[in-house]
Design a protein around this ligand. Structure first.
Ligand SMILES: C[S@@+](CC[C@H](N)C(=O)[O-])C[C@H]1O[C@@H](n2cnc3c(N)ncnc32)[C@H](O)[C@@H]1O
Length: 208
């Protein structure tokens, strides 16, 4: 059993001097400067088909982009916190009809998803370091994600600020495509190694 995340953290949407930040328990969980990277990642994912899964709603930038793609038939987004969903719905009262938001912890909910039911997965939960680095946990979780993907489908994790493949996914995929994209974070951003530079979008493709 993995160490659990807080069930009822402090969640706030801060809009200040042109910067938009989703705060979870005092952490910058998501900022709107990521829009271009989120949209690019979403557009890459949408090339793989019409039915998608996303983990982590955040500001809903990628969710809206994927669900709003004219070829998207269904986009299921799993979000752990009700407050994040409420904030998204307040800001986006008429989302695309393809969008389905599920209020659940993906660690629990993954097991309920049908095998080979998605063309692509966008994987962008905000997790504490202990969970991100728990190798045993990822050895159990990633096969569950892969199980839900159709052959030829792709999993795209949140961009990386280093040109290093996301180790969690390497054992379970045979093909990885990487795109390099320049980014400019906010001056106040504290979760990137650099405030400006190159980010790397990694597409892990299920070949068999
Ligand atoms: C970085 S944000 C996602 C940003 C999103 N891609 C966007 O474009 O706005 C991460 C989200 O993952 C959610 N999250 C964290 N742990 C989760 C879990 N175990 N299950 C589901 N969602 C989770 C957080 O509440 C947060 O809303």
């Amino acid at each position: 059993m993995h160490q659990r995340q807080p069930d009822d953290p402090e969640i706030a949407l801060l809009e200040r001097e042109g910067e938009v930040t989703l705060m979870i328990d005092g952490d910058q969980a998501m900022q709107a400067w990521e829009r271009e990277l989120m949209c690019l990642s979403s557009d890459l994912l949408c090339q793989f088909g019409s039915t998608f899964l996303e983990v982590g709603l955040g500001l809903g930038i990628s969710a809206l982009r994927i669900a709003g793609n004219p070829h998207t038939h269904r986009h299921v987004v799993i979000e752990k916190y009700r407050k994040v969903i409420d904030l998204f719905q307040e800001c986006n009262p008429s989302p695309p009809s393809a969008l389905e938001i599920v209020h659940a912890d993906f660690f629990d909910y993954l097991h309920e998803l049908e095998t080979e039911s998605f063309d692509g997965i966008f994987f962008d939960p905000h997790l504490p370091k202990e969970l991100r680095e728990d190798e045993v946990l990822w050895q159990e979780i990633v096969p569950q994600l892969v199980r839900t993907l159709k052959k030829g489908g792709a999993l795209i994790p949140c961009f990386s600020s280093y040109p290093i493949l996301r180790w969690q996914f390497i054992p379970f995929f045979d093909r990885v495509v990487v795109d390099k994209v320049a980014f400019n974070a906010y001056r106040t951003t504290n979760y990137m190694a650099y405030n400006t530079g190159d980010a790397f979008i990694q597409q892990f493709i299920k070949m068999r």
